[in-house]
Design a protein around this ligand. Sequence first.
Ligand code: HEM
Length: 102
Amino acid sequence: MDTDLEHQNKAIIQGLEIIIRYLDDEDKYNKQQIMRIAKSHNHYNLDIHPHSYYYWIEALILTIKKFDSQWFDDLEYYWRECVSVPINFITSQFFVQDSLSK
Ligand code: HEM
């Protein structure tokens, strides 16, 4: 597979920032960004099936566990709780057409 790792790296960091900030109620910009990602990843665009997010979360946890020097075991549950909120929204929009703003 011919993957542009630098491009992928930027997309992952940008995506993670949006995910974490999504939980901040004051922050409308990141709510809009999650809506945009929900639309770009839905069945009618990138067609990322909801089951793929399971692997995305597992890879994220394994990676953080490996590289976070301040890791402690309960952190895994905090991460899972935080990412599940926006990911549940994204997957809920899989078959929704044209209902989201850009
Ligand atoms: C919550 C999890 C995810 C987040 C936050 C996320 C975020 C992003 C962002 C920010 C982009 C750049 C384009 C855009 O802004 O729409 C992107 C592109 C992309 N994502 Fe995701 N993504 C997630 C999960 C996934 C999963 C599970 C897959 C597939 C297994 C995937 C596949 C792709 C592909 C193929 C692209 C296009 C890459 C490109 O244009 O070069 N994403 N994603």
